[in-house]
Design a protein around this ligand. Sequence first.
Ligand SMILES: [Zn+2]
Length: 498
Amino acid sequence: MDQIKTFILSAFLTFTFFAGCNPDNDDSRDDNEDPELVAGYDQNASDGNANSNAEDPNSSQNDGNTTGSNQGNATVDSGSQENTGPSSGAKENGVACTCDDECAGTEVNPGFCLQGICAQVSSDPECAAGSTESCPAGSRCWSQICYPDCDAVECAGGCDEDGSCVPTEEMRNACDHTCSIACPTPEPTCESDSDCEAGLVCGTSARCIMDVGTVPAGPIPTCDNIPSWECEGNETYCGELLPFEPDLGPGYWDYPLNGERDDDQYRSYARRDMIMLIKHVSAKVDCLASGWAGNGGEIGLGDMSEENGDIPGTRDGRPGHPEGTHVDGHDMDIGYFQVGTPDNKLRSVCPHCTDESGYCADGSWRDNDTYHCLGEAEFLDVWRTALWLGIAHVTPQLRVIGVDGRVGEPVVAAIEELCANGWLNNSACQYPYIAFETENDGAGWYYFHHHHFHISLSGRSGAGFSAIPEFYWIPPMSMIENAVPTDAHEDPRSAWVR
Ligand SMILES: [Zn+2]
């Protein structure tokens, strides 16, 4: 698929195309302050993984992979379009437009304004890329959109590599979301805290982010009974894959998930030095933060690697992570510390669905899940999470910890405060290796981290044991080029995350 089409598509993935949903995040937040709703959410979320298994994750993977164009949430149903005026306009395909009702269409192929040019909706939500059957003559289908052919229309935009008429970047930037469903709702920007609603502050990326509040008060407990993180030995010894045992220890809980059973935790193998680190950090947070607010439970451990170093799920023929990640015990998925939930199992800490609740409370996972935070991380225990991530910087083998774009800024802000107040004192105070994407730049962190963070260690030799780069950059999820699919629905993680 052409780059511009991919770009347009990612905007739809984020902001929902033709689902007739309310993308207003403020409403979602309000709804979730309802305690009853929160309770319902907890219940759903605790067994979210079990449910996703029951739903047959394989089917969702196949849908994503085989068609390469089924965008799940972009369910096109001419009957469900609430704020478009299909077929009401006079402008032909390819003509410049601002609002949906300017564009001509039919019952079968309603017209709409595609970020600056008139186009029509495909009659087949699962049309094959470049196919013509579901589109009017002179246009071809990609991801439910009938793009006009440049040689068939008078194109007010530009022509892409496929010969399709597409909006120019200028048009896309100028689109009007108030009357065009294909135009994403812009995020409000801010210059100072006074531009933000109560409870929010202006973050470094000019977005209003959650106010982390005041750093927990001391005194800081003395914690001298903490297992060591330091593996003494060579790569063969420290890199040896071991089952994570015991399942429950000070400050952590390796509970069965993603198809594991108590007697078959086949997705829970990690390097010896990784296991030592996780036990050290979890025990230390358990001790240091014992007096803090939050649910205070053990941190939940998720996918690691399989016994032979394979990506979890490979045993069942369904590797659950992008190629090059979660191999040989270098990576681990871990739940966030939470507030307002019964425990710290892996679950979303923020609204991530486009239904009214923000949490797919109506069960519409395939249609409405955007796989990343759409609003503030209201269930995040920001202080415990920041403390855990900060302490993990004790090892020079730390490569990166990836979090959601809405989690990154508050957590980094909290780490700064913890450093300033004596709770933390290591390289995290100078160079926090926290990767996150506030927009999808393709590094692999944008999707699937609303639900857990991903910690990655390098091997012993690669660590250098002293090197801290002068300028931190966000490393991609995997070092293998193009390992992370550009389409979230094609990403193997989409089968597991709820
Ligand atoms: Zn991961």
